[in-house]
Design a protein around this ligand. Structure first.
Ligand SMILES: [Zn+2]
Length: 373
């Protein structure tokens, strides 16, 4: 599955998407409330096959105002709750939460859409007074098609970002690849707070700290928000401005990470990384972890390696990579977090903490013995 992202051109009629997402938020909260009540009574959750017939009933009785939304879009909101509960009971996530209107971000269309060059058509329904029935109402929205999508389209999504802009996501089954030239080189990479990436060949790659650079500007925008009357038009304008700046920072980081991943794929055939323990890292390093975006980078790198026919390894979370000497394998138990450089007591080799870890990560990908140490 691949997702292609396009900007929907600003237009007055985009308001319809706003209404759509607001109504879907109601649907989400309504069915979540129902789930919670069901759970209190029967100590199990109601799956989608119980909820969907209930929705059919609601659409004819108390929730007629939801009927203008395509049925599969409504169903998708319910399926999302169902999936969240399944993940929760499998121990893979938290319980779904009630949402505020502006936090509800996406709507999925599996059938009621049509794609054309730079345009998408969504069929909503509207009540016809003369025939006393719902009739289809097709609406076209144009989007900026800056690139073509490949593969068969599975579904599309409409997204609202925090700055109030709308995006079209086209999800296809495309799995095509673009092989890159083989180089015969492999590398281990170690993530760090001071240095974003350390390569086992001794190279250090610093992250440009976009957030730090624009902190001053963010502070200014924050101040502007606090000066406005909450809920006023000016306040909303200032909030959107702030959101837009955060989005810009995220885009800059993403762009830099794509380029870095491409560069690594070009230079190496095999790339080994550690498995991230994000909660542990947050405890150790604080909020800066999310600013650096390690997790996003790992996902991106894995995709890039797949696309360019390179091998991507992740060594197990419990593989010791910091303490063993990469030269003789002796474990340095006295190593503390602040030791950036150390000397092995057995073989006297000098180590840079991060480079040593990166070498161990690369070795663990090839050699299962290290993993058992
Ligand atoms: Zn040693």
């Amino acid at each position: 599955m691949r997702t292609y992202k396009y900007k929907i051109r600003n237009h007055k009629k985009n308001k319809r998407f706003g209404n759509l997402l607001d109504d879907l938020c109601d649907v989400h909260n309504h069915f979540l409330r129902l789930e919670k009540r069901y759970y209190r009574r029967y100590e199990k959750y109601a799956g989608r096959y119980r909820l969907q017939p209930h929705l059919t009933k609601l659409l004819k009785t108390t929730k007629k105002h939801w009927a203008w939304i395509p049925r599969d879009t409504l169903d998708a909101a319910i399926i999302r709750i169902d999936a969240a509960y399944q993940r929760f009971f499998a121990g893979q996530g938290g319980l779904p939460k009630f949402k505020r209107k502006y936090r509800y971000r996406s709507a999925k269309f599996q059938t009621g859409y049509k794609l054309e060059n730079g345009r998408v058509c969504i069929s909503f329904k509207s009540w016809n007074d003369t025939t006393q029935s719902l009739k289809f109402n097709r609406r076209w929205f144009s989007f900026h098609q800056h690139r073509d999508w490949h593969g068969t389209v599975r579904y599309v999504q409409i997204l609202r970002d925090s700055a109030g802009e709308y995006w079209l996501y086209i999800v296809t089954d495309d799995t095509s690849t673009e092989p890159m030239q083989q180089t015969g080189e492999s590398v281990g990479i170690d993530f760090g707070l001071k240095t974003f990436l350390t390569l086992s060949i001794g190279e250090k790659i610093q992250a440009p700290e976009f957030l730090k650079q624009s902190l001053k500007h963010l502070r200014k925008l924050n101040k502007a928000v606090s000066r406005k009357v909450k809920g006023s038009n000016n306040w909303y304008r200032a909030i959107r401005e702030l959101a837009r700046h955060y989005i810009k920072i995220a885009n800059q980081r993403l762009d830099w990470q794509w380029k870095l991943a491409t560069d690594l794929c070009r230079r190496f055939d095999t790339i080994a990384a550690e498995t991230l323990n994000l909660n542990g890292m947050k405890r150790l390093w604080g909020r800066k972890v999310s600013d650096l975006g390690f997790y996003q980078f790992i996902q991106l790198l894995a995709f890039k390696c797949f696309k360019h026919h390179k091998v991507f390894f992740q060594v197990g979370q419990w593989t010791p990579t910091t303490k063993p000497c990469s030269n003789c394998g002796d474990k340095n138990d006295t190593l503390s977090l602040n030791d950036r450089q150390w000397t092995c007591s057995q073989c006297n080799s000098e180590h840079d903490r991060d480079i040593n870890a990166a070498i161990n990560i690369l070795r663990a990908a090839y050699d299962p013995v290290v993993e058992q140490m």
